[in-house]
Design a protein around this ligand. Structure first.
Ligand SMILES: CC(C)(COP(=O)(O)OP(=O)(O)OC[C@H]1O[C@@H](n2cnc3c(N)ncnc32)[C@H](O)[C@@H]1OP(=O)(O)O)[C@@H](O)C(=O)NCCC(=O)NCCS
Length: 174
């Protein structure tokens, strides 16, 4: 029997997607530490109050991946990007909340989401940027393979007491 072709669709996130996305993070967070420490509400974490735009990848009508662009990150990351690029802080868009269901990995969904977020940010006249936990090889390999460049490595400290060493990155040609 031949494998059934499952079409993947990228579309804007809807409010009805939030519960499913939080369910995906329920699985991902304890295994892969994304996010590093479990927030009080995974739904609030994925919804994000500072969102500019958010997208999902669907496989056969089932949401399998997500990413968004947002304004203002924690811990002065946008200051670092501003200092290195001279882009005004209110024209910076962080690519964030990028994750793919464990059962849908390795199909290029994260790459598609990353590229879409970057091009949407550019279209809206923002400079896209991101930060990545130095301890997570999969996303770091993705960003490197897309030619993203490191601006600085810095330490983020959270109110929970957890701290995180992150690489602050911008797209090629910035
Ligand atoms: C990182 C993540 C989003 C990748 O999702 P994905 O859809 O499987 O990734 P893709 O199929 O688009 O892979 C694109 C590239 O990323 C890199 N990559 C992805 N998974 C990898 C892994 N486990 N190990 C090494 N490199 C990996 C590879 O360069 C890959 O290209 P290739 O397939 O040509 O080798 C997924 O592993 C995930 O959800 N992780 C937990 C959440 C997280 O860490 N998010 C990032 C926050 S900064």
């Amino acid at each position: 029997m031949s494998a059934r072709h499952v079409p993947a669709v990228l579309r804007e996130r809807r409010e009805q997607d939030i519960a499913r996305l939080a369910t995906l993070l329920e699985v991902i967070q304890p295994i892969e530490g994304y996010p590093k420490s479990r927030p009080e509400s995974l739904e609030a974490f994925v919804r994000d109050r500072r969102v500019i735009g958010a997208w999902v990848i669907e496989e056969d009508g089932v949401v399998m991946g997500h990413a968004l662009i947002k304004q203002r990150s924690l811990g002065g990351i946008d200051d670092i990007v501003h200092e290195h690029t001279t882009w005004p802080k209110d024209r910076l868009a962080e690519i964030s909340r990028l994750f793919v269901a464990t059962e849908a990995r390795g199909k290029g969904y994260a790459r598609t989401l990353l590229r879409h977020c970057a091009s949407e940010a550019r279209r809206l006249n923002y400079l896209p940027y991101l930060d990545v936990d130095m301890a997570t090889p999969a996303p770091r390999a993705l960003y490197a393979s897309e030619g993203w460049q490191s601006l600085a490595i810095t330490t983020l400290s959270f109110p929970s007491g957890i701290s995180l060493e992150v690489d602050v990155m911008v797209p090629p040609g910035t």
